[in-house]
Design a protein around this ligand. Sequence first.
Ligand code: DAH
Length: 339
Amino acid sequence: MLEKINRLKAEIEALTAADAAEVEALRIKYLSKKGLVSQLFNDFRELPADSKRQLGAELNMLKNFATEKINSLRESIETNDTECDGIDLTRTPSPMRLGTRHPLSLVREEIIDIFHRLGFTVAEGPEIEDDWHVFSSLNFAADHPARDMQDTFFIQRSPDVLLRTHTSSVQTRTMENTQPPIRIICPGRVYRNEAISARAHCFFHQVEALYVDENVSFADLKQTLLYFAREMFGSETQIRLRPSYFPFTEPSAEMDISCNLCGGKGCSFCKHTGWVEILGCGMVDPNVLDACGIDSKRYNGFALGMGVERITNLKYQVKDLRMFSENDIRFLDEFTAAH
Ligand code: DAH
């Protein structure tokens, strides 16, 4: 009898179960009325009285042991079930798709970085503006065509509320609130009333730079432009300045860089001239300084403004402006390597 008890104990100790149904089968096999442990109790009854004492205790211990073992098997299966909630934690996860930064953001950040190295800090202003900050303070004549509804989105007339057509409005806002030295870079979105096509859009992005201090010269402007062009497009890049006109600068210029596709030899991209235009610039018109409360007899400055789409096109040869705002994953994925 004792031998039987020990054998059964060893057998029960080694039991395992994969799910609740298996545990139940084990319970029936060992602990039900006709189970193996109960059968031993039946045999026990037939024993002579003198062996009953010792064996009775052994038998009770076996029953308790079997009950505990089966309960613990049941418990471990139940806790497993709730913790994992049917999820196989050993499976390899499916690869997660990471997003990419928008090419315009990449280029805007690069422009800002270059100007940061020259000591310029970022300034921002509102996209919904008034006439003063977008036009009047910047020396636009009363009959300037940009003030026309054909070019500008007006939200309201007299007093005029409009979507800014350029980031030069941030120049004015900064000069109104700060005395020189001023060295700011103003990135932002601008709006113009244009029909949308591959080459024009009703909104786009600009970065403006403004430097106002004592004794700022055109040579400072030119060197800043050269530094920017070489950092942005490579150390071989050449620049040239052509005289131009903007109401808020005098003298004004437009800057071309040597075509970065053909290296200046001439190709269809630069219309076989070897040069591509990238920005407008000039010395801040004294009228603008005065309008913003800065003494134009003591201070002068330079300003420049460029289109982020234009720079991006030059860097990455994006042929159609509309790609920038269509959120086409195939287009955006092309810039993964540019990070
Ligand atoms: N605001 C001009 C535009 O939208 C760009 C520009 C030209 C900005 C010359 C300037 C500048 O600061 O000096 O076309």
